[in-house]
Design a binder for this molecule. Structure first.
Ligand code: ZN
Length: 184
């Protein structure tokens, strides 16, 4: 529903690293929050209702701690993201320890977070199934998702998504949905 009124982000924002767990891509805050007010309100409602239906399968999360987020509308009718209040108490977000993390570590955390997206898991499954279908290939080893892992572990580059052996050769597969990390 279009209202022909344009939503606006707040001037400052605490949460800036938002991950779409469907696509595995980061959200561009400026373009996400600067849209027709009706569309932003619709997504705001969608976020809340998805969490209400199943808190373990959220749509948008904080890319640093993986907590589901909500979209807050301020008194000035501007928008920003925050951790879902129910998660906030339990989850110690990396944002509070952010000053202690290097740019490389933050990059790792975000890269690993994208590995939990539906698209990433789907592609990983296709690679695994293809290797299983190949009789000359060893049983593929699939790297587990890291949700719930300690921050120190999430801040490290991890093993390839899928590994197998073919005729004595080691094969390693890594799924990358964003070009951001190609040089990483
Ligand atoms: Zn967080």
């Amino acid at each position: 529903m279009f209202t022909y009124e344009i939503a606006q982000p707040t001037a400052t924002m605490l949460l800036t690293e938002i991950l779409d767990l469907e696509t595995g891509l980061g959200i561009d805050l400026q373009s996400f929050l600067t849209r027709d007010l009706g569309l932003v309100m619709k997504d705001r409602g969608e976020l809340a209702s998805r969490y209400a239906r199943d808190p373990s399968s959220p749509w948008l999360v904080c890319a640093l701690c993986m907590a589901p987020v909500i979209l807050v509308r301020t008194m000035e009718r501007r928008f920003h993201f925050r951790h879902h209040p129910r998660e906030e108490a339990e989850q110690k977000c990396s944002i509070s320890t952010r000053g202690q993390l290097s740019a490389e570590q933050i990059n790792c955390i975000k890269y690993n977070a994208a590995k939990e997206s539906a698209t990433h898991l789907w592609l990983k499954g296709i690679i695994r199934d293809s290797l299983i279908a190949d009789e000359q290939c060893s049983e593929p080893m699939v790297e587990k998702v890291w949700r719930g892992m300690r921050l120190a572990d999430r801040a490290q580059w991890r093993k390839p998504d899928v590994q197998a052996e073919l005729n004595g050769q080691r094969l390693a597969f890594e799924v990358q949905l964003s070009t951001t990390y190609l040089t990483g």
